[in-house]
Design a protein around this ligand. Sequence first.
Ligand SMILES: NC(=O)c1ccc[n+]([C@@H]2O[C@H](COP(=O)([O-])OP(=O)(O)OC[C@H]3O[C@@H](n4cnc5c(N)ncnc54)[C@H](OP(=O)(O)O)[C@@H]3O)[C@@H](O)[C@H]2O)c1
Length: 330
Amino acid sequence: MQLGLGLGHRVAATPSGGALEAEGPNGMDRRRRIFLLGTGFVARHVSIPLLQQGWHVSGTCTTSLKKNQLRTVGIDAHLFDANRHKLTELETLRDASHVLVSIPPAYGIGDPLLNLHHDLHPLLNYGNLQWLCYLSSTSVYGDCGGTWVDEDYPVNPRTESAKSRYEAEKGWTNFGLSLGLSTFIFRLGGIYGPGRSALDTLMRRKDLSENQKRRDSRDFYYTARVHVADICQTILSSIANPYLGKIYNVVDDDPAPRAEVFAFARDLISRRYPEMVSDFNHVSLGDVQAIIGEKCVSNTRMKEELGVQLIYPSYKSGLQSIFDSWSSSL
Ligand SMILES: NC(=O)c1ccc[n+]([C@@H]2O[C@H](COP(=O)([O-])OP(=O)(O)OC[C@H]3O[C@@H](n4cnc5c(N)ncnc54)[C@H](OP(=O)(O)O)[C@@H]3O)[C@@H](O)[C@H]2O)c1
């Protein structure tokens, strides 16, 4: 998806009311400056098409090693730990036209940006910000007994982390409103993609402790997941339609229990590498009729309003593509 200048953005103005030029010094387009608060798995993936399209991409990470890696690929990377550093150290944040938040809530703190950094509002209220997106989780729905849930379904966060996720959603929505923006809240299913999938977990499994290998009844509950490429296309679509900001579930079409996904991944691997089957014997589909919990998350709003056509509608096509991309020298 090509993201041009016709983004339907709000008219940029300084706090004193003066209009900002679309073009900054050195010909830099002020409307295509994204700041990634947390340049993790998703943000790193979404930076690729944006950099290719000439966006200025800034982002944060918590280690110098990663900062150097991000700089190598063209990201204006900054070291930032929300518990230790000041936002004012992030020089380009004030100029951002777009902000993607992927730093998760922290235990005992909640959302570290909203709760520890009260200078965030004045920093982003400079007038250039047109789009704000918070990456949330389908965990806010809690266990819905396996039923289908859409964005209007009452949330029921049970765990501490799901509760703080829901508080963060509300916080970012209100934060956006205070800046005159409708925040995109993307409730992501379990994220997978190249380097982070059931296939990768199985290949690493020999290194896991017996405790980590132990199955849990939740392996048989319906859960949502989504391939990182589909998250990226949803983010790009929201950038192209900034006036549509609201809550969206970002999940694939095929909610399935974890045990089923792992059985599929195991079969893929063992068909090409039969000698490895014995390593994976402990991962079996087992008693699937025991499925009674969690939820099937609907993606209708994402498709109808953001026009997303899933590249990987099921974990099957997603895992197959990851598997096909592996080199034969495995
Ligand atoms: N994993 C899932 O299946 C799943 C499902 C639903 C929602 N989510 C949520 O969706 C969001 C995006 O997911 P993701 O997989 O891209 O996340 P991720 O790879 O874990 O990235 C999280 C980012 O936040 C940064 N970060 C963490 N704690 C921080 C702190 N105290 N101060 C500053 N930065 C901090 C990390 O820094 P470093 O880069 O230095 O590590 C990283 O850049 C996250 O909030 C995640 O929790 C995840």
